[in-house]
Design a protein around this ligand. Structure first.
Ligand SMILES: [Zn+2]
Length: 423
């Protein structure tokens, strides 16, 4: 009982930190001074860069934010379990559902489980609301967001709804499986996750992207011609390249590759087409073709799915061992949801350097491909430099930070690679 009280106190402190820390970041005044800073990096000598003051200022805020979230978020979730809150919420919600429906069976139990998952989602969202709001303020201060508060709130709400539906489907399905098949759920859950991931990747461009952007196919005959020429050189057929109106929300520049097989797509932000000369756009498209040719999305799902499957074997052993001392009614008790999220967040935090290492390797491969196919190393170097200005990014970062947090090679490295490219 005493330890539970201690965890309770720790939980309150953790929630207070999450609620109040954005105030601290804001009060530092760094963001308020951002508008007056230059975002231009300086090349001191060949291949050696000095970061822009603006990017350094943004970094001075985002690095502690990232580290805080990495540590405090799993702590919050685990403390919801150890303080006894999770089990108490589950008990109350269930009692409420049974009282209102006057039935106690599989269906009312499932309804109570869904409500519990929804409730936990709501609580976490509210605790992190100042954090999310501050993220928007930060992007406004650094000129990265062009959205109004109303437009941001709308996007936030849609995102939240998608997250809620995803959580209900994934975790509702998970706990349902554990209860229906206590011996084999780990095998089924792995297969279910793979199916979900493939479904999501295929549906995302069709269902989710249009909720946030207007999607239009590339019609400019000149651009289409250049894309076809590069695709011929790469020996692939690419028929789906679309533009989204990102400029409505941001001044940042991006492009990405999504989908699998015949349902693949290259998505360009209109900011890219507006701000960059054709040669640089070609390099970006060639980079995305690199992801396409090397089947990075497919490998990502297959690799991630295999790791998850192994993890599920371990999780089954672990749940079977600890469920009694956790105060759950069975290994499939939905009260385990916050704990499960916490363990997942902790594992992701600890394996972040590996996941990001894999991602950087894939990005390097796509950059190599882009240089070989586009044959425009000068445009590539120029473009990465421009990215630093437009996205307020650092050219160089300390090695430890790159290994932990960077999904892409730092821009300085990408410039150097382009400059060292030989035909
Ligand atoms: Zn990429």
């Amino acid at each position: 009982m005493e330890t539970r009280k201690k965890y309770h106190r720790l939980l309150i402190i953790t929630i207070a930190i999450i609620l109040l820390s954005p105030l601290g970041y804001f009060a530092s005044g760094i963001g308020q001074r951002a508008a007056g800073l230059t975002a231009e990096p300086v090349e001191i000598s060949a291949g050696v860069w000095e970061n822009s003051p603006k990017a350094e200022a943004l970094h001075a805020l985002t690095l502690p934010l990232r580290i805080e979230k990495l540590i405090v978020y799993p702590a919050l979730l685990l403390l919801l379990q150890f303080s006894g809150w999770a089990v108490r919420w589950r008990t109350r919600i269930e009692a409420g559902v049974f009282r209102v429906t006057r039935r106690r069976n599989r269906w009312t139990g499932a309804l109570a489980a869904a409500l519990f998952i929804g409730w936990v989602t709501v609580v976490i969202t509210l605790i992190y609301l100042p954090f999310s709001g501050y993220g928007f303020i930060l992007r406004r201060q650094f000129g990265l967001s062009t959205q109004s508060v109303g437009a941001w709130a709308r996007d936030f709400g849609i995102n939240w709804g998608i997250g809620l539906i995803t959580n209900l489907a994934l975790y509702g399905g998970f706990f349902g499986l554990v209860n229906l098949s206590p011996r084999r759920w780990h095998l089924l859950a792995g297969a279910g996750f793979m199916a979900f991931a493939f479904g999501y990747i295929l549906l995302e461009p069709i269902v989710i992207t249009p909720l946030f952007y207007t999607v239009t196919p590339v019609t400019d005959p000149d651009l289409r011609g250049r894309i076809t020429a590069m695709a011929d050189r790469a020996g692939i057929t690419i028929d789906d390249i679309v533009v989204i109106d990102a400029s409505r929300k941001t001044s940042a520049v991006n492009a990405y590759f999504t989908g699998i097989g015949g349902a693949s797509k290259i998505v360009l932000w209109d900011t890219l087409l507006k701000k960059h000369p054709p040669d640089e756009v070609d390099v970006v498209i060639a980079h995305e073709m690199g992801h396409w040719v090397h089947k990075h999305v497919l490998w990502y799902i297959l690799g991630g799915g295999s790791v998850l499957w192994l993890g599920l074997f371990a999780l089954r052993r672990w749940l079977n061992r600890v469920w009694r001392q956790m105060g759950w009614r069975s290994p499939g008790d939905v009260a385990a949801y916050p704990y499960l999220l916490g363990v997942l967040a902790l594992v992701s935090a600890l394996t972040l350097p590996i996941a990001n290492g894999v991602s950087r390797a894939a990005e390097n491969q796509a950059d190599d491909f882009a240089l070989a196919i586009s044959q425009k190393p000068e445009a590539a170097a120029q473009m990465f430099e421009r990215f630093a200005v437009e996205n307020v990014s650092l050219m160089t970062v300390p090695a430890w930070e790159k290994y932990i947090f960077y999904t892409h090679p730092p821009l300085g490295e990408r410039v150097r690679k382009a400059e060292n490219f030989s035909f």
